[in-house]
Design a protein around this ligand. Sequence first.
Ligand SMILES: CC(=O)N[C@H]1[C@@H](OP(=O)(O)OP(=O)(O)OC[C@H]2O[C@@H](n3ccc(=O)[nH]c3=O)[C@H](O)[C@@H]2O)O[C@H](CO)[C@@H](O)[C@@H]1O[C@H](C)C(=O)N[C@@H](C)C(=O)N[C@H](CCC(=O)O)C(=O)O
Ligand SMILES: Nc1ncnc2c1ncn2[C@@H]1O[C@H](COP(=O)(O)OP(=O)(O)OP(=O)(O)O)[C@@H](O)[C@H]1O
Length: 488
Amino acid sequence: MARSKALADLGLTARGGREARICGLAVDSRDVREGFLFAALPGQHAHGARFVETALAQGAAAILTDAKGAALIGAVDAALIVAEDPRQSLAGAAALWFGAQPGTMVAVTGTNGKTSVATFARQIWMRLGHAAINIGTTGVEGAWTAPSPHTTPEPITLHRILAEAAQAGITHAAMEASSHGLDQRRLDGVHLKAAGFTNFTQDHLDYHRTFEAYYDAKMGLFDRLLPPDGVAVVNLDDAHGPDVARRAAQRGLATMGVGLSARADLRILARRFDATGQEVRLEWKGAAHQVRLNLVGGFQAQNVALAAGLVIGAGAPARAVFEVLPDLVGVRGRMQLAATRRNGAAIYVDYAHTPDAVATALQALRPHVMGRIVVVFGAGGDRDRTKRPLMGAAAAAHADICFVTDDNPRSEDPAAIRAEILAACPDATEVADRAEAILRGVDALGPGDALLIAGKGHETGQVIGSDVFPFDDVEQASVAVAALDGVI
Ligand SMILES: CC(=O)N[C@H]1[C@@H](OP(=O)(O)OP(=O)(O)OC[C@H]2O[C@@H](n3ccc(=O)[nH]c3=O)[C@H](O)[C@@H]2O)O[C@H](CO)[C@@H](O)[C@@H]1O[C@H](C)C(=O)N[C@@H](C)C(=O)N[C@H](CCC(=O)O)C(=O)O
Ligand SMILES: Nc1ncnc2c1ncn2[C@@H]1O[C@H](COP(=O)(O)OP(=O)(O)OP(=O)(O)O)[C@@H](O)[C@H]1O
């Protein structure tokens, strides 16, 4: 027989005290089945209350909504729960419906670095022998895997994932908290031991409208979600870091500052960059720890410090955490070391496909490179044209040798796209075929040089017209090295 729960067991009370046995939860009327609770939520395009009739026709036993929704719905022959914030009530109900979560969980928010930090936290736990996952933009990864449609899944999906993971023996989980997810209370009901803050810059103003609203949404993690015994782990090198730490301390939460800042508890004392990573000196409780990170980019040391802080904040012994940091690997296609030439020159693949990202990636690479930086890049067709010359200018400003090639031309004339890029980097070499451009880029590498293949990152296809041809920058880097240096 299908499982069912009383409304009270889901933390809900219906108008007039009406009872109902609930057999499942749905936020979309099309997902409702016999005996389900349908959450009729206020949306950006419509109010979910408009779909109550469909939900009832499909057998909904209860409707959860707000006052506006209740007014729209009128009288219904179902239990009606009217909540001030129905998204919050839904998340609470989802937590109770699924009823199980991994025992040790942390979440990280910020504009950049969430995926990296969550992945690092999961990798540290796994190296320490725990069954761990991370949940975010790259899905559910680690000792148990599943797809995740959002960076921070809807509460019903999230709590289903957490319960299934717990049943599969997962004890530790690191999750990304997107600003949308926090604003829509998707993480309510998740029992966090620690929460992290990476940084804050402008993004997502289409949704949040103002910078303040975007910041406030992110702060929900510290102002609301982290329980009184939780630890706030904050990157103090970001301009907003001190404010986040202050807000957490005001709530009486334990805070741990991380970063280069002299006030950091987990402090990065020094860094020395080399061709494939960096040597980092960390200080924790008066003791220094020398750590090798096989990761490129100064910000990665901050991401690692934040991940280590979260894992320590959630109860792991610090010394053991520092010992496993040399094993960390970055997110696929993000400054990924794809291959190394026989002469030692390194080849990186990065997802950078905007002018800003191209500039950031090349700048991050610079301190690691004794010689010249070579870049191979293009720009997508049927997408923002204005970025093409800007990408060309960014490459010309920050790389020593540029190859302009194709990157998903789609329905556009690839030569015309390249011409728009080349207008801003006239010294670049134009090579239409991406595989050949990579080969030429690799061939240009002398000892001490590095190549950045930008644009595709983890993608595995080249879109030409409406066809997707298999293409993998990481694979092509190895193919080029093998062709030029012989298989090593
Ligand atoms: C912008 C945004 O976050 N939208 C979320 C919002 O949708 P909405 O307000 O547009 O909904 P709507 O279309 O007005 O419909 C209102 C309600 O009616 C329901 N409905 C609609 C049609 C129907 O036939 N029946 C029905 O019941 C909808 O499920 C919804 O609950 O509420 C829906 C239900 O809770 C969410 O699924 C939806 O997420 C959409 C899918 C989405 O794409 N969100 C993205 C932007 C997002 O959350 N991204 C972040 C990462 C951002 C980043 O860092 O890059 C993430 O965490 O993934
Ligand atoms: N701490 C950081 N500071 C600044 N930039 C960063 C930082 N960490 C990562 N980045 C940059 O942001 C890009 C995205 O990194 P990551 O996927 O970890 O972030 P995210 O917050 O999860 O973003 P998304 O949700 O878009 O995946 C990286 O390729 C890198 O260039």
